[in-house]
Design a protein around this ligand. Sequence first.
Ligand code: UDP
Length: 323
Amino acid sequence: MEKKKVFISGGAGFIGSFLCGHYLGKGCDVWCMDNLITGSMNNISAHLDNPGFHFLKEDVVCLDPEKLPGDFGYVFHLASPASPPDYFMYPMETLRVNSQGTEKCLMLALRCKAKFLYTSTSEVYGDPLIPVQNEEYWGNVNPIGVRSVYDEGKRYGEAVVMAYNRKYGLDTHLVRIFNTYGPRMRLKDGRVVPNFIYQALSGRPFTIYGDGMQTRSFCYVEDLLKGLTLLVEKDYHFPVNLGNPGEFTIMELAGLVDKIFGRKSGIKHMPALEDDPKRRKPDISRAKHLLGWQPEIPLEEGLRRTIDYFMAGFMKPGSGEIT
Ligand code: UDP
């Protein structure tokens, strides 16, 4: 790959920081923009000494595309709160980064004639009325519910990306990411995988919202990353689901975490969340056909790697306590 400049909004986030590492590894210059409301300098600390890495602590909503270099080869827009407790806490920021922030990134890509990729989400399907979601499904979203800041923000983001593709012929790419997990998530970001790991590490019972029979499909971050970097090279502009089609109830996930820790944590039942999707499972036929991609890391293996990461980083040495 020739030396290219890559712009990544949300580059200090969980997935964004792996994307930075990927392109640095290919010898590219990486410009990472993040306002750190949910991202973390820890995620990019390994890159800071790399002369090809440029960090801009800035909200992408305030980006002036004219003030950045005009020769980016790739523009990736990942910046956004993604965990439900985060977007409940930052509703305006979530709406803005997916609307105004997306358009700022599109303007930058247009100026540079760059390849553009926007990370949308399975949340555009809302609480789906079909058991397996393919890209043709238009979704079942409550436009004024508590999750709408994220769901509708991402739906608007998809619309503006398609508009730039249709009106200006920009080389855009849309990914709908299903639940992804792995190292560099925040242990207390509120999502189910880190929550359960935190609870198991600290000897607490698992918090289960509702009856725990709702399902999710969990994709390990390394698998997801491969899908993103393959898709951006393709001449294909419609949405592509990326996720692991293995479907688990939240109770089953709790059982798996217990199995790995070799203990019985117990369950603390909590009220169901408003508009919490009851079933989520991606149809990944499009990604398979287009990219020859499918996830390779089974949930148990990915959970073990994630738990190892959290244990290494968060246990106070010798004390058995988590920090
Ligand atoms: N969940 C749960 N206990 C928790 C955290 C989440 O039962 O401590 C449930 C949540 O209600 C949802 C699923 O796990 O049904 C996945 O939640 P998460 O926040 O990870 O992501 P979502 O897919 O809802 O965006």
